[in-house]
Ligand binder design. Sequence first.
Ligand code: E4P
Length: 217
Amino acid sequence: MKLFVDTGNLKEVEALAALGILDGATTNPSLLAKEGGDARQILRQICRLVQGPVSAEVVATDTAGMLREGRELAAIDEHIVIKVPFTKDGVRACKALASEGHRVNVTLVFSAAQAWLAAKVGAAYVSPFVGRLDDIGATGMDLARQIVDIFQRGRYATELLVASVRHPIHIIEAARMGADVATAPAAVIEQCFRHPLTDIGLERFLKDWEKAQAARV
Ligand code: E4P
């Protein structure tokens, strides 16, 4: 399974890219707004650091506006994936942009029917927001599982991108069910590195080694 970072923060992208674990990135208008500055410039830098798919979202809500913005975003860098919301206008825009050869990520997906429709119009990725479903008392990963089933049985080329990830368990469940991608905030990726027994174990190894060295002198 591929790992994307869900952020608009260049320092976070830089640190994770340097670890060699990043396959791509996702952004959204809220994440980019939080950073301030020139969003196009930030997206260009993220593409340079990641050298993989970077989702950039349109803010227009009508098909014509989405097409115009989508083409502008795609012109920023060859790694840009145009992100459109799942609406009827978004579905129309996805179909048109995909037929022009652009990769489209259909976002704000909250049902299997929406994911299936996005796949039908040639989305490269669909993004179910599992954490936001959990937030309202549903089980987000159940939706991801249904989408895996639909895409496998229907042999759709669309990739399942598990989004709105809140903790490492979401990532592990996504990998176990055969999702193509999980996109997670940097803080959640950081949590994946941690285990107290690793820290305790390393400390003990080093202490034992030091003791043995001191005994030799
Ligand atoms: C995905 O592409 C979205 O940017 C993101 O995962 C939304 O997550 P949130 O629910 O934590 O805002």
